[in-house]
Design a protein around this ligand. Structure first.
Ligand code: AMP
Ligand code: ZN
Length: 115
């Protein structure tokens, strides 16, 4: 996807504050953090959202999920963290390239505010 923001970051065309990289996954700090630590894991291949994930993506998704706690610990989140996957417009997704947010440090508010 030539005009996808996160594909451009994955290709190195747009800079990021890198946390981790291998041949399949890139992890970088969110440009507009909601907590002291806020980074995102993305696959290098373009996958628009979790709704587009198929069986062929199972190993990649599992790898990303297992990477999250390792990197969270490296970033100092020894006490825990929140993972967020916004999916589709109904899920509040803004960048349509699958990503897993890892958020922590400081006090984390309830996940969903109840009225
Ligand atoms: P979502 O609402 O789940 O699609 O989250 C998209 C996230 O991408 C937001 O938290 C943005 O702050 C973040 N973001 C947007 N542009 C950039 C960028 N160039 N570098 C790092 N993070 C970004
Ligand atoms: Zn993309």
């Amino acid at each position: 996807m030539s005009d996808c923001l996160f594909c451009k970051i994955a290709r190195g065309e747009i800079p990021c504050r890198k946390v981790y990289e291998d041949d399949e996954v890139l992890v970088f700090h969110d440009i507009n953090p909601v907590a002291p630590v806020h980074f995102m894991l993305i696959p290098k291949l373009h996958l628009a959202s979790l709704m587009q994930a198929e069986d062929v993506h199972a190993a990649l998704l599992g790898k990303m999920l297992l990477l999250a706690p390792k990197l969270a610990k490296e970033q100092g989140l020894n006490d825990g963290f929140r993972t967020v996957i916004n999916t589709g417009r109904g899920g509040g997704q803004e960048v349509f390239h699958f990503h897993i947010h890892v958020i922590g440090g400081g006090s984390i508010p309830p996940m969903v505010r109840r009225s």
